[in-house]
Design a protein around this ligand. Sequence first.
Ligand code: FAD
Ligand code: FES
Length: 275
Amino acid sequence: MLNPYLPQSVKVKKIESLTPNIVQLTYRVSPKRISLRKSLMFTPGQFVLAGIWGVGEAPFGLANNPFETQQQAIVVRNTGGQVTSALHRIKIGDTITIRGPYGNGFPLKKMKGADIVAIAGGCGIPPIASLMEYIVQRRREFGKVFLVYGASDPKQFALREKFTYWRKHKIDVVLTIDKKHPGWRGRIGYVSDHLKNLSFDPEITYGAMCGPGPMSRASAKILCELGVAEQRIMVSEERKMSCGIGKCQHCTCGKFYVCTNGPVFSYNQIKDSHD
Ligand SMILES: Cc1cc2nc3c(=O)[nH]c(=O)nc-3n(C[C@H](O)[C@H](O)[C@H](O)COP(=O)(O)OP(=O)(O)OC[C@H]3O[C@@H](n4cnc5c(N)ncnc54)[C@H](O)[C@@H]3O)c2cc1C
Ligand code: FES
């Protein structure tokens, strides 16, 4: 029987420094070893457990175009912890370990035909970026699409080279920083402050968000006030994880496990959980 804890070793083929403390690692994958072998290699919102032999592993949302068959990318913020620090020391050609993809991802079938309000805060951008890449490939299947992305200052926006590409595909990218910063002429305030000005139809809208808990809670609440049903507001949750496959109870969120029932939940499922 295949040991579910056994990761595959993959070689890092590209390292990009996205912000002063965030890197993107791209590694080759063998299609034979990926669990989903349909046209989609994973569902945006799913995560992998990435690590280094002898150090440990941690969960990271997949950030790339899910139609890509040869490679995957993770975006890693260095928290100063063991795993993220070690992943920041990786060089091109080094080996890292990968398990997954795990979790549910965003409900793409249900989202078809909808207006989309995607919201990302800080290092919550990877699964949202992957969702944007999916939408670009299937642009005619969606209505209006907005991405509202917040960071503490302009240097903290990751994957910024994607913004022009997404805008070319009629995704309205709204960038905001928490407070005034020299040279910044864009929006100021939290992502939740800018949702009221977007022209979407709440009856046919899906929200999709990933970022710090307070950001998601505030944004979900505002989308509700604007008329989006709680069941259509999808929130990607983060918890400390160990097994990633529903065995260890490290990742509980109310009555759910984030690793197997999530990480993407509808707001009505998690709005009363304060863990
Ligand atoms: C489903 C999921 C997807 C994630 N996607 C990404 C991603 O795409 N990019 C990214 O940079 N990070 C992501 N994270 C967070 C990432 O897993 C943690 O930063 C990482 O586990 C820290 O490991 P460490 O050994 O370096 O630090 P540790 O020594 O474990 O912790 C260092 C610091 O990070 C905090 N921390 C640890 N784990 C988590 C967690 N799961 N959530 C919030 N804070 C945590 C600790 O409280 C501590 O303050 C994700 C987490 C989950 C659950
Ligand atoms: S990480 Fe072990 S049960 Fe979720």
